[in-house]
Design a protein around this ligand. Structure first.
Ligand SMILES: *Cc1c(COP(=O)(O)O)cnc(C)c1O
Length: 385
């Protein structure tokens, strides 16, 4: 296919990185301390303050933060942990690593998140924790779930991988859970390349997570560095190497300072999409629920039966117009990794509908309005306008 004017492809996502991040990394390299050290500690303090958490523990990624969160919350081999199937597969993998069984709960259609009702339907007498997700940055309705967990003595872990900058009832998401996990993968808003964070208000849990991510050593590298005659360390349990590097943390500090601007820009772009698609029959756009505000980490639309094209056809149409879109959130229970898995004890109709019929449109900080207009034109054209 040849065209007169070549159009550049629009990506579904692009991190917002620049010279400030480059300078911050250079400074760390010049300092000679590139592994977990003072920058990581500074990033933890800044992140805890921004997210209104008492403690923050940086990790290598969100998946390892989730694993640590479940460990400190007391999840053991043989336990049941309720998770949404409608999530990136890491949510289900975290309990699996511990020998616990992920039990899949369905989600509600507006936010793509679990509710007290869908979770209550799958609780067993072995359930010791639930992982709730703010899917695509959409805040979950935490209070009814909090009540359910408190009544049953179940720990609530929040997979807030996509949630930095989203709010629930006026506060940052994550504060209402017992322990929360965050991702700094470039697919999210704030990025450190790879990276994650655990936040909690429980001092003992934070201290244990801090040791576990560093081989369960009782003397940190920073403490050893600070002394000439290093104290003798000991290892109280089997730990992990889930550390973040100071190279990453330096980038994270710069990115954290840009987070509010990122959220504001994404909300503007999401508003433009919603307005443009208002009149199209058969297209349902994600929007803020009554209980909070989204950072629009993802902007997804559901292709309903009265839209002139199927979801796959719309993806093809966008690709022809040099626009990268993506199928919506996956369903873990449909993956070979969980085939024949005993955790799926109920049907998941909303999960299956959303995963089959949703798609994610380009949204990122530096998406120009003329580029977004190309996406809008392509979708309107597909919708018969
Ligand atoms: C991205 C993501 C993860 C995994 O994060 P990593 O930092 O890549 O480990 C986990 N859960 C959800 C909901 C995610 O979107």
């Amino acid at each position: 296919m040849t065209s007169q004017t070549s159009v550049s492809r629009i990506n579904v996502m692009k991190p917002w990185l620049g010279e400030t991040e480059t300078a911050a990394v250079s400074e760390v390299i010049a300092s000679g301390w590139v592994a977990q050290g003072p920058k990581t500690a500074a990033f933890e303090r800044a992140f805890a303050e921004h997210q209104k958490a008492q403690y923050a523990v940086a990790t290598s990624n969100c998946t390892t933060a989730l694993q640590l969160a479940l460990i400190v919350a007391g999840v053991k081999t043989g336990d049941d942990v309720v998770v949404p199937s409608f999530s990136f597969i890491a949510t289900a993998n975290a309990p699996t690593y511990l020998g616990a069984r992920p039990v899949f709960a369905d989600v509600e259609e507006l936010t793509g998140n679990v509710t007290a009702k869908t979770v209550a339907a799958v609780l067993t007498d072995k359930t010791t924790a639930i992982i709730v997700v703010d899917q695509g940055g959409m805040p979950l309705d935490l209070r009814p779930l909090r009540n359910l967990c408190d009544e049953r003595g179940i720990a609530m872990v929040e997979d807030a991988a996509c949630g930095a900058g989203s709010t629930y009832r006026g506060a940052p998401v994550g504060v209402g859970a017992d322990v929360s996990a965050w991702s700094f993968h470039p697919r999210k808003l704030l990025t450190t390349g790879e990276g994650g964070m655990l936040t909690t208000n429980n001092e003992q849990w934070a201290n244990r997570a801090r040791r576990l991510r560093e081989h369960a050593m009782d003397v940190s590298a920073a403490e050893r560095h600070g002394s000439t005659l290093a104290p003798q360390e000991s290892y109280g349990e089997v730990g992990y190497n889930f550390r973040m590097t100071d190279l990453q943390a330096a980038v994270g500090l710069v990115q954290l300072g840009k987070l509010d601007a990122m959220v504001q820009r994404r909300r503007e772009l999401a508003g433009r999409y919603r307005e443009a698609f208002q009149g199209i029959a058969g297209l349902r756009c994600v929007r803020d629920p009554e209980h909070g505000t989204s950072n629009f980490q993802s902007f997804w639309v559901e292709v309903l039966p009265d839209f002139p094209m199927s979801r796959e056809q719309l993806l093809e149409k966008l690709a022809t117009d040099e626009i990268s879109a993506r199928r919506g959130i996956m369903a873990a229970h449909q993956q070979p990794a969980y085939a024949g898995h005993s955790g799926q004890i109920s049907s998941l109709p909303v999960t299956e509908r959303l995963t089959a019929n949703t798609l994610i449109l380009p949204i990122y900080h530096e998406l120009a309005e003329h580029e977004q207009d190309r996406v809008i034109a392509s979708v309107l054209n597909a919708g018969g306008e």
